[in-house]
Design a protein around this ligand. Structure first.
Ligand code: DSN
Length: 415
């Protein structure tokens, strides 16, 4: 009889580190816009024996035996995702956001093909054509920007670039943009130049699934999303598409990009999709947006410049130089009082990417703990006080205590 020890007995160093991280998550406010807390059920599913299986291929068409159970699990994930997003076809196997995007490009483009995407320092993503990323290395990207006055995407400019460049694909999506995307206008421009449409909804997938933001799935050719942001699932991704692209997408994911899928994660995706189909998820998504709008307004009231003047989703980008600190300085000051944020470039940033002018703040995680308008107002007041008193250790200590006291009243769902 084999004897298995649990983690605490087997490896106390990793056990202690996990406990330390659990305490950190519990005692601090998470405002990184791409992070969230999974439910206990999602967390539990990730730690199951499904991790032991190899299942290259797709349900009922595998390259390994013994996949009857895995087939059921993967099919459940597919069916739930289809329902959630009103999608014709779903592939639930992508390991994360960038590999999903790579599979989308591999499926419909040849190396060197022209693509149009949003610039990284205007809110786009590395995998939308940045020169240091595979996307910018393999494909010939041109980039659109946000308008320097409004901070919003100017669709006339997108059209101008598309007519000039004639891309084979147009990418709409972002990692630091706070406004609704005009999916239909993107589609019209793509049709005018004969381009495929690809929506990367990684940040807003949960808000879209809940019906709180516009859904590109019925409009666009291909849609990819991570599953761990507003969607509140495990780390991973899915790709959705029109039926006519299904075979190309599936082949690009496996065998094109990946080997065996992570079945324990795909099962956890299925659980997260079930949770997102529950009416309570709509209330959650609504509150995420309400909290973000309050967040923007409170920063504006406290004298900060908020890019685009507000938000339609779960995030805002704030120009911290309006209070005499860079984004990196603000990130460190706030980390020291127990508030996690990520520095961010602002459009046409005069400062370099490692020390940019802005900070991106998001509300998905704090809303999962049950925090609402009153808590958000307190948080902005503490952030402002910390920034204005960055050299006063006593004041910073006092703020850290207030942050921890409030956190203890709002438990982390997975703990
Ligand atoms: N790293 C993610 C984010 O923070 O937005 C995107 O991949």
């Amino acid at each position: 009889m084999l004897e298995y020890k649990n983690l605490r007995e087997e490896d106390s160093q990793i056990f202690d580190a996990v406990m330390e991280e659990a305490r950190r998550q519990s005692n601090e406010i998470e405002m990184i816009a791409s992070e969230n807390y999974v439910s206990k059920a999602v967390l539990e599913t990730m730690g199951t024996v499904l991790t032991n299986k190899y299942s290259e291929g797709y349900p009922t068409k595998r390259y390994y035996g013994g996949n009857q159970v895995i087939d059921k699990v993967e099919q459940l994930a597919i069916d739930r995702a289809k329902k959630l997003f009103n999608a014709e076809h779903v592939n639930v196997q992508p390991l994360s956001g960038s590999p999903a995007n790579a599979a989308v490009y591999f499926s419909l483009l040849r190396p060197g093909d022209k693509v149009l995407g949003l610039r990284l320092d205007h809110g786009g993503h590395l995998s939308h054509g940045h020169p240091v990323n595979f996307s910018g290395i393999l494909y010939s990207f041109s980039q659109y920007e946000v308008d320097s006055k409004t901070g919003k995407i100017n669709m006339e400019k997108v059209r101008e670039i598309a007519l000039k460049e004639k891309p084979k694909m147009i990418v709409a999506g972002f990692s630091a943009y706070s406004r609704e995307i005009e999916w239909q206008k993107f589609k019209e421009i793509a049709d005018e130049v004969g381009a495929y449409t690809f929506a990367d909804i990684a940040h807003t997938a949960g808000l879209i699934a809940a019906g709180e933001m516009a859904n590109p799935t019925p409009i666009f050719d291909v849609i990819a999303t991570t599953t761990h942001k507003t969607l509140r699932g495990p780390r991973g991704a899915i790709i959705m598409c029109k039926e006519e692209f299904a075979s190309k997408i599936d082949k690009a994911v496996f065998p094109g990009m990946q080997g065996g899928p992570h079945d324990h994660i795909n099962a956890a995706k299925a659980v997260a999709f079930k949770e997102a189909l529950d009416p309570s998820f709509k209330d959650y998504a609504k509150q995420v947006i309400i909290n973000a709008k309050i967040l923007a307004q409170e920063f504006i009231n406290s004298g900060y410049r908020v890019i685009s003047g507000g938000t339609d989703n779960h995030l805002i980008v704030v120009d911290m130089t309006s209070k005499g600190v860079t984004g990196k300085e603000a990130e460190i000051i706030l980390e020291n009082v127990g508030i996690s944020v990520s520095r961010s470039t602002i459009p046409n940033d005069p400062n370099p990417p490692m020390n940019p002018s802005g900070v991106r703040f998001g509300t998905p995680a704090l809303t999962s703990r049950g925090m609402k308008e009153d808590e958000v107002k307190k948080i902005v007041a503490w952030i402002n006080r910390a920034i204005e008193n960055k050299a006063d250790e006593n004041k910073l200590k006092e703020i850290k205590e207030k942050v921890r006291d409030m956190c203890l009243k709002f438990s982390v769902p997975s703990l």
